[in-house]
Design a binder for this molecule. Structure first.
Ligand code: NAI
Ligand SMILES: N[C@@H](CC=O)C(=O)O
Length: 807
């Protein structure tokens, strides 16, 4: 014998009901089945609403009755095209509902007993409807009203089942009935006076559990709309997946602490009889689902993570606590008298911390203060302290011997992600570990803990991109083009965008293809607001992309790091400012364990910094760095041929996106000085920008121009000078290269003319080249060469850094 229970969504529409019929059809026909059915979709809520509106003299109850009727008749029309005569029996129940609500409306009385009668109609109708459909498949089936089998007391709304009587009735019924399929309404039962009663929260699960236990069923199958009990709430953790095997106790812990798929407290009868429970998805029946039993199986050390939001912490404390006799007993007597469920408990010599539902706080606070009023008056204790807006996040597992490791990982993960932990506690059974955190952190906490305990890289990344100029735009284009891989597979999402004018955010992720429209519709850009909003959104694995040339933006990194937000930057200002600031940023990022990647600071997308780091980390020593690090200057001198003016060539470089937003930063040598300085610092040398020797080739007057346009004007006044530089080199068979060098603690940049014997002579277009002469690469130095400027390659470099951060 099998017992199958189908929840409201499984019978919520004609398609779902057909799906359920298929599941039964595909069931092994030799199995006898008791099939328990919930009410269609949200019918129970609507029934309650009808009763309450009628009681409050609100005629709108008629509207809800009509809604219920329409919903059911639509299903009947779709499932039984030739209309069936059983429709009259359903109409009879709906007429009863109308008459019953009319009388509530007139007498203005709604007892719990009446409400149970109203609520019972949902399951009575749905099960009958379902019975008629299953009959069409040719199965020998009977319908049985559970009121005749499950006996309860008269606690309407949440009646207590008389297990012994109910078991007897169920066993008797199934012993005389031979039909292989029996359809029964869930949730409802009857009192000894034959009044309708209901079984409270999780009622249909409970009906199914009682029937399964009475019949010693081989399995209880709970069919729902998700593929089993998940490792975490899938609406919050996209990576959550179904747990294949759970022990009974774990399932109870998970559901008590927030998982809502089934309500195991009501499954107690089957757990007592050690009947396995299978949670399956009606809409994806081939998936394995979750099996709950106590059979040994392979499992992760952590089985699932759940959260209870809107919790209140109550602290009773005082140095006199230790001397108060039976204080724990007195406290728990108060809690039990007030029927308060304690979901978190932690104690020390001088204090007790209790986690309870927010709604219960006022009642219990006063009761505890009254109980301990004498001790409070004598100042042995403080009055109860209340902290609200908290969540309890619990990691559940059964590997007790690993629990200390689990708790350490939990603590490290939460603190690393800047999540304030109010308290941590083991559950008494040592099968779970709970942390009290702020409500505002619960989504982030759930995601980062899920990542730690269940996920293998890559981890999802939430991006905030500052600077949608040439580079930023290309980056969004790359993300949009590689959407399937980046967004769908790696789950790299852009959550915020800004340029110097506007900023735009979307919590569900921005459609990067429409970035322009979105940005135009955004709010006025204020840097501190942009940063504040990132903090406020509090997303896990947040990364700030700096694709600006702004000093102000570069100054925000430390504020991001301390909140657990990583930075990927192509803006060189931060790492080429004072050494103290550079060192500090590195230190803070390391301390908060957040990514701080700056590959594109030197050589755009070329792996110049990562190669240097790899050499140093593997123990190599740098003897010499020699490089051409300016893509724009290299392009300019490669393209400044006779017949072309120097200023035209610079304009061309700017147009192609090789120069800085202000080309003077390149031509004055500052850009290359910044780059070599960053390499020097990555080598561990504490150099300042002012210590780099330079021989500028750009006339002072051009550097000092008021703006970029007047710079170009000045430049054209120096055409002869630039022409002379070119001709002198050409006449000697040489080429002009703007070179950077670092050797023996000294760095310098200068324009040099080099001959064909030099490895940098054949350097095309906007290419960069870097030569590392190291202890290991001494005779044959390591050379990296390739396109070293332009939005395309820079955006690619940023994207590689993002993917690196996700690993
Ligand atoms: N173009 C290239 O080949 C490479 C550029 N880079 C760096 O990339 C950065 C961006 O370069 P481009 O895209 O060429 O410049 P761009 O001028 O085209 O874009 C800069 C963007 O930053 C925004 N911005 C400036 N100040 C801002 C502020 N305070 N707040 C918000 N947004 C602000 C601007 O509105 C603009 O959208 C620069 O730091 C540059 O050094 C790095 C490697 C190569
Ligand atoms: N302007 C730079 C590109 C960015 O670093 C260059 O010309 O190399």
């Amino acid at each position: 014998m099998k017992v199958l229970k189908f929840g409201g969504t499984s019978v919520g529409n004609p398609h779902a009901i057909e799906q359920v019929c298929d599941i039964i059809k595909n069931n092994n026909l030799q199995d006898r089945c008791a099939i328990i059915v919930s009410a269609v979709g949200n019918t129970t809520d609507m029934l309650v609403k009808c009763g309450q509106l009628a009681y409050h003299k609100n005629e709108k109850y008629r509207y809800f009755i009509e809604e219920i009727e329409i919903q059911h008749l639509n299903i009947i029309r779709a499932l039984f095209p030739s209309q069936s005569n059983f429709i009259s029996s359903i109409k009879k129940r709906l007429n009863f509902l109308e008459i019953f609500c009319d009388s509530i409306f007139h007498v203005m009385e709604l007892s719990k007993r009446s409400l149970d009668r109203i609520m019972s109609l949902g399951e009575l109708i749905s099960s009958y409807l379902f019975y008629e459909k299953i009959k069409e498949y040719g199965f020998k089936t009977i319908w049985k009203d559970s009121q005749e089998l499950i006996v309860t007391d008269e606690r309407y709304g949440c009646a207590q089942v008389d297990i012994i009587k109910s078991y007897k009735k169920i066993q008797y019924f199934f012993s005389i009935e031979s039909a292989p399929y029996a359809i029964l309404p869930g949730f409802i039962a009857s009192s000894p006076r034959k009044e309708v009663t209901t079984l409270g929260r999780g009622g249909s699960d409970y009906s199914a559990a009682i029937i399964a236990a009475a019949l010693k069923a081989e399995v209880l199958e709970i069919w729902t709309d998700v593929s089993g009990i998940m490792t975490a709430d899938p609406r919050i953790v996209l990576q959550a997946f179904p747990i294949e095997n759970l022990f009974y106790e774990e399932a109870i812990e998970l559901s008590n602490l927030g998982a809502k798929v089934i309500y195991p407290p009501t499954l107690h009868p089957v757990i007592e009889k050690q009947i396995p429970i299978l949670v399956k998805n009606t809409f994806s029946p081939s998936e394995k689902g979750t099996r709950i039993n106590n059979a040994p199986c392979f499992k992760h050390s952590v089985t699932g993570i759940s959260v209870k939001k809107n919790m209140t912490m109550i602290t009773l404390k005082g140095i006199g606590m230790i001397n108060i006799l039976n204080y724990l007993k007195r406290l728990f007597t108060v809690l039990s008298r007030e029927k308060i469920q304690v979901l978190f408990f932690s104690t020390s010599e001088h204090s007790i911390l209790l986690g309870i539902e927010e709604s219960e706080v006022m009642q219990i606070k006063n009761s505890i203060n009254n109980e301990f009023s004498q001790e409070i008056d004598k100042k042995y204790l403080f009055p109860v302290l209340v902290e609200q807006d908290l969540s309890i996040i619990t990691v559940i597992g059964d590997k007790t011997k690993n629990m200390h490791r689990t708790s350490a990982r939990m603590f490290i993960t939460l603190s690393k992600n800047n999540i304030y932990i109010r308290d941590l506690a083991y559950n008494v059974s040592k099968k779970n570990m709970s942390a009290v955190i702020k409500n505002s952190d619960f989504k982030k906490a759930l995601n980062v803990l899920h990542e730690t305990f269940f996920e293998i890289p890559p981890k999802p990344i939430n991006l905030f991109v500052a600077g949608i100029g040439k580079v930023g735009r290309k980056l969004l284009e790359h993300i949009s083009i590689q959407k399937t891989y980046l967004i769908k597979e790696l789950q790299i999402q852009v959550m915020g965008l800004c340029n110097s004018k506007t900023m735009y955010f979307e919590e569900q992720g921005i459609d990067v293809k429409n970035w322009k429209k979105n940005l135009e519709s955004g709010n006025r850009m204020r840097l501190h607001r942009f940063i504040e909003k990132i903090h406020l959104m509090n997303m896990h694995n947040s990364i700030f992309i700096d694709a600006t040339d702004s000093q102000d933006v570069a100054r925000t990194y430390d504020k991001l790091f301390v909140k657990g937000i990583g930075v990927i930057t192509c803006n060189k200002i931060a790492c080429s400012s004072s050494y103290k600031d550079y060192k500090n940023l590195k230190k803070i990022a390391r301390y908060f364990k957040v990514p701080f990647f700056l590959e594109t600071n030197v050589g755009a997308g070329l792996p110049i910094i990562s190669t240097l780091n790899d050499l140093l980390n593997s123990g190599d020593k740098i003897h010499l760095i020699e490089a051409v690090l300016s893509g724009s200057i290299n392009f300019i001198f490669n393209h400044f041929k006779s017949g072309r003016t120097f200023s035209e060539t610079v304009r061309e470089a700017q147009k192609r996106g090789y120069t800085e937003p202000d080309p003077r930063i390149d031509l004055s040598g500052i850009d290359v000085m910044r780059k070599i300085l960053i390499l020097v610092r990555e080598c561990g040398d504490s150099m300042e920008l002012s210590q780099i020797r330079q021989k500028p080739f750009l006339p002072e007057e051009c550097v000092k121009a008021n703006n970029v346009e007047s710079f170009y004007e000045k430049l054209s006044q120096y055409e002869n000078y630039f022409g002379r530089l070119r001709e002198e080199a050409k006449n000697k068979g040489k080429k002009l290269r703007f070179m950077a060098k670092y050797e023996k603690g000294n760095a310098n940049v200068e324009l040099k003319s080099i001959g064909p014997e030099h490895p940098f002579y054949q350097l095309e277009g906007d290419d960069n080249i870097i030569l590392y002469k190291t202890q290991r690469y001494y005779e044959q130095p390591l050379i990296i060469k390739g396109a070293g400027a332009g939005a395309e390659v820079t955006a690619s470099g940023i994207l590689s850094d993002i993917i690196k951060a996700s690993r």
